[in-house]
Design a protein. Structure first.
Length: 128
């Protein structure tokens, strides 16, 4: 079973993503801030992190930067309602695997997770 850290300051969005992931057999650990996410990342490892871009305090880009310092192999998906070429470019430069536009369908989220996890498995297999 995969375990994914989900970060969003919107509790409704957190609940929605948690339900989608659990329906797929994925354990979703949900937190409402970048600060809480960093605590979780220091406590244990996750298969992936999904983070919102626009959050108070640490935004999704800064959280991803700090998260990859802690867990360099962890793939990250960032979702945002304000997707733009600039945000996509910055995300790629940091090492975020995929930027997902909000609102998204449950199927889009699941397909994106499978795509990113598939690329991660291919990379691990080619290195190992």
């Amino acid at each position: 079973m995969e375990d994914i850290l989900v970060v969003d300051d919107n509790s409704v969005m957190l609940d929605l993503v948690k339900r989608i992931l659990e329906r797929e057999g994925i354990d979703a650990i949900c937190v409402e801030s970048g600060k809480e996410a960093l605590v979780k990342l220091n406590e244990r490892t996750f298969s992936m992190m999904i983070t919102d871009y626009n959050m108070p305090g640490l935004d999704g880009l800064e959280l991803a930067r700090k998260g990859l310092e802690i867990a360099p192999q962890m793939p990250i998906i960032m979702d945002t309602g304000g997707i733009s070429p600039k945000i996509t470019r910055l995300a790629r430069e940091i090492g975020i695997a995929k930027v997902l536009a909000k609102p998204f369908l449950a199927t889009e989220l699941v397909e994106t997770i499978r795509e990113v996890m598939g690329k991660r498995r291919e990379l691990v297999a080619s290195v190992g």
